[in-house]
Design a protein around this ligand. Structure first.
Ligand code: GTP
Ligand code: MG
Length: 193
């Protein structure tokens, strides 16, 4: 898709605040600090559109972005970050899973994992939740710029095995630093529209 216009629409804490026009949505899910907001910006070629930070816990609400008055990107709070108070963690979780569980316009959850590390138990739980909610998922291994070329296949295989993905399931290597994977990801999105 050629991006004519990309703009922040609104933040929401609960379903009553979600947009109601039924436009197709693509949501970004993953652990805190994995790079969800950065990936969204990279896809749109707009650096500061979604707020990012080197410290986890930046995105705390469901944030809707309109693209070409046709598609919506949805930036979500992360999960799995140990160093925040339990009540706050539970709130982010409620906000995020509240969206994923029953959002009719949701076409695809783009599930980010850090290409450097073995996916965690919480990543596994997230895929289970999406599966139960019958949400289509694409796994993206981001920060691939941090993985040595010689180690790449091993890391991608580790993601696939740890998450117990089907052999034919795509694990897309991505980097917001080099832009690798952005075209491939757009192709997946465009195909669903
Ligand atoms: P929360 O909103 O806190 O859940 O985090 P998030 O998943 O939205 O992460 P965010 O996009 O804020 O990025 C976290 C950090 O990772 C920032 O310092 C980014 O610059 C960095 N980062 C994101 N993507 C990449 C990438 O592809 N490569 C590298 N090297 N760093 C990245
Ligand atoms: Mg974020």
């Amino acid at each position: 898709m050629r991006i004519r216009e990309a703009r922040f629409l609104k933040s929401a804490l609960n379903p009553a605040q979600y947009p109601r026009d039924g436009r197709p949505e693509f949501a970004f899910v993953g652990r805190s600090n994995v790079g969800k907001s950065t990936l969204l910006n990279t896809l749109l070629g707009r650096k500061g559109l979604a707020k990012t930070s080197s410290t986890p816990g930046k995105t705390q609400t469901v944030n809707f972005f309109d693209i070409n008055d046709k598609v919506r990107f949805v930036d979500l709070p992360g999960y799995g970050y140990a160093k925040v108070p339990k009540t706050l963690k539970e709130q982010w979780n409620r906000v995020m899973t509240g969206y994923l569980r029953e959002r009719k316009p949701l076409r695809l959850a783009i599930a980010l994992v850090d290409a450097r590390h073995k996916p965690t138990e919480s990543d596994h739980h997230m895929l289970d939740l999406l599966d139960e909610a019958a949400v289509p998922v694409l796994v993206v291994a981001t920060k691939i710029d941090k993985v040595k070329r010689s180690q790449r296949q091993r890391h991608l295989a580790q993601v696939r095995e740890t998450l117990e993905l089907d052999e034919e399931a795509l694990v897309l290597p991505f980097s917001s630093v080099t832009g690798e994977g952005a075209r491939a990801l757009w192709r997946v999105i465009d195909d669903l529209l």
